[in-house]
Ligand binder design. Structure first.
Ligand code: NAP
Length: 454
């Protein structure tokens, strides 16, 4: 049984009967059958449906934000912003898919030669709970606009969101089975990938889940895109506007109760401005008001699940045992709900979870370094490579560090890392491979077919 558990009350809100193995096969067969028709529909037709979907998302943003708050504790206002972003990615691909996938003529000795982008078929999405609508929409809008069909295996703690997304497609007028949700646990993912109709898999989630899915997809020779964990470094250089940087860093750390893959996680500060940064950063982190997601006053909700809070707390405790010092937070509050306070750890060193691992919650690791060279070295001293940011008033230097020195899929200067439908999104190293969004995302599950006429 799949369960929605409200992290504010720890009570089961609703249970969902999972699909049986036969049920899953039957859905995939239907989605595959639909693909043979869907692939030859026009971009205009698909675009109209995608725009309907955007309108429905906007009209239901309060209701969908409520669902997210109830299933994983997201602040209602953050939920509304997430749904608006989903609508914007639908509009973006409705407007641009045809241009992105237009034939590309190439001069050769032949009469005609060109590249044509052809959809692959039915693609499996394995998705996480932290942005339960956005993660799905940033995959599905380009995938479906490109003429593929899709099945979703959503995280087990957000079955209500999975069902709601399928329903949104119906309401928007998409043919039945262009997109379907499979209500299954991760134990059935292997069988789904092995189904002959599945032509690719896109997983957003933790690095261990990525390794497991990549191994299965590899053994089946099926393409995969992996959007995995991160431990994004934020470099604070001596000429940065420290007050402004501290504000941005705290927002980047606390968004979604710290449960964001591209959340700011390690703050690497040069020694000249260390004390000043820590003072402002502590002030900003302390100003967060954690409370009920429906309360307008709350700036941070609970964590999504009890086990995730426990795991985070163990990482904090283990880092402290190895010499990290708590500046603020670090203790589980005595109240109902899976809340965790904004926490700052300093004196963070290699060998501690706060240095080596992803801390998926409102915990910041602050690291003092001698100079900019050491800051870059520490920033890159990680297995992850998702996002990174540098704060400096020397824009030229900032741009050079962002472009040439930091090992990450997205590097921002004087701002926290965010996704945008127009910009490619993805990681390197154990943060994954492949790209979502922009022109790059829509081409991931396409056959770039060469056509030559003698
Ligand atoms: P997770 O535990 O890895 O789960 C993600 C999805 O993978 C869920 O649907 C889960 O199903 C499934 N899954 C887990 N283990 C699997 C396995 N061995 N085989 C097949 N499927 C498996 O991650 P999460 O806790 O939901 O999300 C947090 C993680 O996602 C963080 O590491 C975060 O950084 C990462 N993330 C990355 C991005 C990005 O764009 N790079 C974006 C968001 C989140 P069940 O729920 O049924 O276990």
């Amino acid at each position: 049984m799949l369960k929605s558990i409200n992290p504010v009350t720890n009570e089961v809100v609703k249970t969902y009967e999972p699909h049986t193995k036969d049920g899953v096969k039957s859905i995939i067969n239907s989605v595959d059958k639909t693909w043979h028709h869907w692939r030859s529909t026009s971009f205009m037709y698909r675009g109209q449906l995608m725009q309907n979907l955007a309108s429905i998302l906007r009209s239901k943003k309060e209701e969908l934000a409520f669902l997210m708050a109830q299933e994983m504790g997201k602040l209602k206002k953050e939920g509304i912003a997430e749904i608006e972003k989903c609508a914007s990615v639908c509009d973006y691909y409705a407007a641009n898919a045809e241009t992105f996938l237009a034939n590309e003529p190439i001069q050769t000795e032949a009469t005609k030669s060109f590249v044509s982008y052809q959809p692959l078929g039915t693609i499996l999405a394995v998705m996480p709970w932290n942005f339960p609508f956005w993660q799905v929409f940033r995959f599905v809008a380009p995938t479906v606009m490109a003429g593929n069909t899709a099945v979703l295996k959503h995280a087990s703690n957000v079955p209500g969101c999975a069902v709601a997304i399928e329903e949104l497609f119906r309401e928007a007028g998409f043919p039945e089975n262009v997109f379907r949700s499979l209500l299954i646990g991760s134990n059935l993912v292997k069988e789904v990938i092995q189904h002959k109709a599945i032509k690719g898999v896109s997983l957003t989630g933790s690095t261990p889940a990525g390794k497991s899915v990549a191994a299965i997809a590899g053994s089946e020779l099926k393409k995969c895109v992996l959007e995995l964990g991160g431990s994004d470094p934020y470099l604070i250089l001596k000429d940065a506007n420290i007050e402004e940087a501290a504000k941005i860093c705290a927002s980047g750390r606390l968004l979604n109760a710290g449960q964001s893959c591209i959340g700011a996680k390690r703050f690497i500060v040069v020694e000249e401005v260390y004390a000043q940064f820590l003072e402002h950063f502590t002030h900003e982190m302390n100003a967060a008001h954690f409370g009920d997601p429906f309360d307008e006053e709350s700036t941070m909700g609970p964590m999504a699940r009890e086990d995730l809070r426990e795991e985070l707390h163990q990482q904090v405790v283990s880092s402290m045992e190895k010499g990290a010092e708590v500046v603020i937070g670090g203790e589980i509050p005595h109240r109902k709900g899976t809340y965790y306070p904004p926490t700052i750890l300093e004196n963070v060193q290699p060998g501690m979870p706060a240095y080596d691992d992803e801390l998926f919650g409102p915990v910041a690791s602050v690291i003092k370094v001698k100079d900019v060279e050491e800051a870059i070295r520490v920033a890159n001293d990680t297995e992850f490579g998702l996002g990174a940011a540098v704060f400096t008033s020397d824009i030229k230097q900032g741009e050079n560090i962002a472009e040439m020195q930091l090992e990450a899929g997205a590097c921002f200067v004087n701002d926290f890392v965010k996704s945008d439908p127009r910009l490619p999104f993805g990681g390197i190293k154990t943060s994954g491979f492949g790209r979502e969004l922009s022109i790059h995302g829509i081409k991931e599950f396409m056959n770039a077919k060469t056509v030559v006429v003698k």
